[in-house]
Every structure is written in C-alpha cells, then in structure tokens.
Design a protein around this ligand. Sequence first.
Ligand code: CMP
Length: 138
Amino acid sequence: MERTLSIVKPDGVEKGVLGEVIKRFESNGLRVIAMKMVCMSKEQAKGFYYVHRERPFYESLTDFMSSGPAVVMVLEGENAISKNRELMGATDYREAAEGTIRKDFATDIERNIVHGSDGPDTAAFEISYFFNELEICG
Ligand code: CMP
C-alpha cells in the first residue's frame, strides 16, 4: 500500500470536473483517505512548489494555484504514486495519452487540472503540507 497527494487545481474545480476526477481514482483502485478544499495564498502556493522556484513558470504557476479553490486529497492504493500519474497523463496535455484526465480536460500546460506526487519522498512532503495524521483516515 502506498499513499500519494492529489490536487484538483483551480481550473479543475472551475470546470466542474471534480466528481469525474474522483470517480476515475475510485474506479481504478485508489481510495480517498483524506480530502479538503483549500484556498491557497500566494505564499502557500510558493511553499508547495518550492522545488520549482528556479523555473521560469514559478511566478505564473503560483499565481494560478492561489487564484481560487483547489481540492487536495490523499490517495491510497497499490502503487498509488505511479497509478495516479498514469491516470493524470503527461504534464503537457498535448502529450498525454488518450483517456487520461489531462488529455480529456486540460487546455494549457500550466492549467492542467490535476497535480500528483512524483515519488515517495515528494508524496511524504506534499501530504504533510496539507494534512496532519488526525485528518488521514487510512
Ligand atoms: P504539476 O504536476 O502540478 O507540477 C508542476 C506544475 O508546473 C505542472 O503541473 C504545471 O502546472 C506547471 N508547469 C510545468 N511545466 C510548465 C511549463 N513549461 N510552462 C508552464 N507551466 C508548467
């Protein structure tokens, strides 16, 4: 069993695909064991994406992530990290495989509907960024 952090980004909430995204997780062996809606400040978004602080898109990305409500979730399942990444599709929706969340709903490389942890260390950091142990029902 593995855990990963998923975010339905402000564009996903705005487009009304939250339920569809959760349905894809649940029907592919990923269980939601923690969930909440958050309105990140610019500083909170910058902290979350600190690893990307040198990237040219850092300012724009953190403006976007703090522009409206997002839904953060902890997903649990076998190979949850790679399973979630498979369901999301490539970061750039133009390169995402057919049937993936980003292929189906994203229209922009930055506004790409969902975020998912990319490895075990990242997952541990990202889960603890939003949730304490009491909030995780695993
Ligand atoms: P995410 O999986 O949340 O990880 C980092 C985010 O940065 C990524 O999804 C996109 O939202 C954004 N991103 C990555 N590459 C680019 C890029 N080339 N231009 C703009 N945004 C990007």
